[in-house]
Design a protein around this ligand. Structure first.
Ligand code: ADP
Ligand code: MG
Length: 240
């Protein structure tokens, strides 16, 4: 059975159809990639899955049960965590305090939240910055902090929105390694990623979006050869 099933999701913002009849599923422990040009509806899809937005039509099922209409914190408690494309740590709080915000979704015990947060910081390689102010972090470190905050909720399914986006090229391999490690530990992931080389390398299956619609679904090699994907997204540079 699938861990997550997205069925016929549609979301409109005025005249813009950000998601139109989007369907796919994620099996336990699977890493599914989501690709598509800017404005394709990728971040909106995450908002719909995590309860930030309510769809106009369609359903989101976790373990076969609909989670539609549940609040983001309730969905987090069920084991679905996500990172945001736009980073927004609290700059005047320490790194570990920022991560504890995630941990408090699972526990109200301060010591337990702190312990879980330090473990999450350890997992992302940021433990040595635990007591630094968040404002002192580089973009790559902020990405790790955002990841730790999501991990501290103890997810079964983790949604990553452009985790390598906006970081300098030298930082990308370490972030990719981290994602691979989380996957190797059995975590299921949905990864929005602009770097084609990265997504082709790490994803087991890929969903390609364009203007809110699924234009292709398949293994990386199937996606790489898909005419609609090549035309819509990858363009001449890829073909060459
Ligand atoms: P992506 O993450 O693939 O770049 P988004 O999901 O952010 O795409 O956006 C999909 C479309 O929906 C875009 O046309 C965007 O302008 C629009 N959109 C997203 N969020 C909102 C919103 N809160 N209000 C109005 N339009 C939105
Ligand atoms: Mg986006």
């Amino acid at each position: 059975m699938s861990l997550l099933a997205v069925a016929g999701l549609t979301k409109r913002f005025g005249g813009v159809v950000a998601n139109r009849d989007v369907s796919f599923d994620v099996r336990p422990g699977e890493l599914v990639g989501v690709i598509g040009p800017n404005g394709a509806g990728k971040s909106t899809l995450f908002d719909l899955i995590t309860g930030v937005l309510r769809p106009d039509a369609g359903d989101v099922r976790l373990d076969g049960r609909s989670i539609l209409g549940q609040r983001p914190d309730e969905i987090a408690c069920l084991g679905v965590a996500r990172t945001f494309q736009k980073l927004r740590p609290f700059p005047e709080m320490t790194v570990v305090e920022n991560v504890m915000i995630g941990a408090f979704q699972k526990t109200s015990d301060v010591a337990a939240a702190r312990a879980a947060s330090l473990r999450a910081l350890e997992a992302v390689g940021l433990a040595d910055r635990a007591e630094a102010y968040a404002r002192a972090l580089s973009t790559g470190q902020r990405k790790r902090l955002e990841l730790a905050r999501a991990l501290a909720t103890g997810p079964r399914l983790l949604l990553l929105d452009e985790v390598t986006g906006g970081v300098d090229q030298a930082t990308v391999p370490a972030l990719v390694r981290l994602v691979r490690e989380l996957h190797a530990r059995g975590l299921a992931l949905i990864v929005i990623e602009h770097n084609m080389r990265v997504i082709m390398e790490i994803a087991e299956r890929i969903v390609a979006l364009q203007l809110g619609e699924v234009i292709a679904r398949g293994t990386p090699s199937e996606i790489m050869q898909d005419r609609r994907v090549i035309d819509a997204y990858l363009g001449e540079a890829w073909r060459a």
